[in-house]
Design a protein around this ligand. Structure first.
Ligand SMILES: O=C(O)C1=C[C@@H](OP(=O)(O)O)[C@@H](O)[C@H](O)C1
Ligand SMILES: C=C(OP(=O)(O)O)C(=O)O
Length: 401
């Protein structure tokens, strides 16, 4: 699909998609509760629609497609509810590790077998009888394993003590899980590296899902690149549960100021710093937006804390390196966790971007089409988290054909 922006002036109130991370947690809580839970503004993201469909399904095989949270949260949920299931997904999902979660569930009494490769989906969940109230789990691969355990913890007969080992990455996602649990009456303690959740029931309540801060990042990139930007993103809150609100801080270096209003956040252009630096350990989903943007602005940048990018929808470090190279700039990758963008700049006009079946590759590069016409491969990948992305961009004056 070709995309360009004829005027480089963007004036819009964006009706952003709602958060798939909040939605998928809230849906597991709703399914685990005996009392009524009312959820509003559930995300239209495919990952959330898949979660809803599978929670309602009576089939034995649960195919999550490419949804990481759906795979991890449903693995723990099916186990805790003694729901005999085969968990599977796309070929890429079958290459995304799940062994740390399966080992944790096995250590408290689950009987789970791998059907292809040890440590990876597909896997079969058999019977579960809780034999222990304590799990030890490393926190440096994916926080989703920890959130998955916590969401079911109150419903386990013995409750759960989760002992976190080593570094904990993506920590705001764990805090989001606990905050949402707390909204439905759950008490917990987190002291040093131990999170304790006693057996208890989720209480009735209502919750409105916030818009998606990860999706907001593409609008910040548009604001930074446009000549004129009058952009307001609707339904974002200053006291968000989402760690990707870190985009507000990050974009101060990249020339965009945020002002919170009652119904959303207003973006204004300001001066930018000479060099960009940020640690993405706790907000990995923002990395592609920012690497692409810094390259497009011709700035020098250093991004660290990127270790989880290699095991997401694609190897995102390799994907960024390949695509930015096509635009004429060699980014430097240091080990598995750091990218250095050299000062210079890129050429956009007439170039084409491969998206590697990764929604964030498409969404992170599309804003660069303010600077020239781009071709974006497999535009439908955005369905995973932000199905109305292209429609929203068209409303902001982008032309797609
Ligand atoms: O819990 C969540 O909702 C998520 C956690 C993060 O994954 P990791 O914990 O694997 O970094 C993030 O990348 C993903 O998009 C959503
Ligand atoms: C990594 C992501 O999602 P998940 O891990 O849930 O597939 C993402 O949305 O960028």
């Amino acid at each position: 699909m070709k995309i360009y922006h004829p005027s480089k002036s963007v004036k819009i109130d964006v009706p952003l998609v709602s958060s798939k991370s909040e939605s998928n947690r809230a849906l597991i809580i709703q399914a685990s509760a005996t009392e009524e839970i009312e959820l509003s503004n559930i995300s239209m993201a495919r990952d959330t629609q898949t979660m809803m469909r599978l929670l309602d399904s009576s089939e034995e095989t649960l195919d999550v497609l490419d949804a990481g949270t759906t795979m991890r949260f449903l693995t723990a949920y099916a186990t805790a509810n003694n729901r005999k299931s085969i968990m599977t997904g796309t070929p890429r999902m079958q290459d995304r590790p799940i062994g740390i979660l399966v080992d944790a569930l096995r250590s408290i009494g689950a009987n789970i077998e791998y059907l292809k490769k040890d440590g990876y989906p597909p896997h079969q969940i058999n019977n579960f009888e809780q034999t222990s109230d304590t799990v030890n789990i490393r926190g440096d691969v994916s926080s989703q394993y920890i959130s998955a355990l916590l969401l079911v913890a109150p419903t386990l007969p013995k409750g759960l003590k989760v002992i976190l080992e080593g570094e904990v990455n993506s920590k705001p996602y764990i805090l989001m899980t606990l905050s949402l649990m707390e909204s439905f009456g759950i008490k917990y303690t987190w002291v040093e590296n131990e999170i304790i959740v006693a057996p208890q029931e989720y209480k009735s309540g209502a919750y409105t899902i916030e818009s998606d801060w990860s999706g907001a990042s593409y609008w910040y990139s548009i604001a930074a690149l446009a000549d004129v930007a009058e952009i307001k993103i609707l339904n974002l809150r200053e006291n968000s549960l989402q760690g990707d609100k870190a985009i507000v801080e990050m974009m101060k270096q990249l020339g965009v100021e945020s002002t919170f209003e009652a119904d959303g956040v207003r973006l204004t252009k300001t001066a930018r710093a000479d060099k960009f630096f940020f640690d993405f350990t706790h907000c990995p989903d923002l990395a592609q937006t920012i690497v692409a943007l810094v390259a497009a602005l011709g700035m020098e940048g250093r991004m660290i804390g990127l270790q989880s990018l290699r095991i997401k929808e694609t190897d995102r470090i390799a994907a960024l390196q390949n695509e930015i190279k096509k635009l004429g700039l060699e980014i430097e990758v240091v080990g598995d966790e750091e990218i250095i963008v050299p000062k210079g700049g890129i050429t956009i006009e007439g170039q084409s971007i491969n998206t590697y079946e990764d929604h964030r590759m498409a969404m992170a590069f599309a804003p660069l089409s303010i600077l020239g016409q781009l071709e974006i491969d497999e535009p439908e990948v955005v369905e995973k988290s932000y199905p109305s992305y292209w429609k929203d961009l068209e409303a902001a004056g982008f032309v797609t054909e």
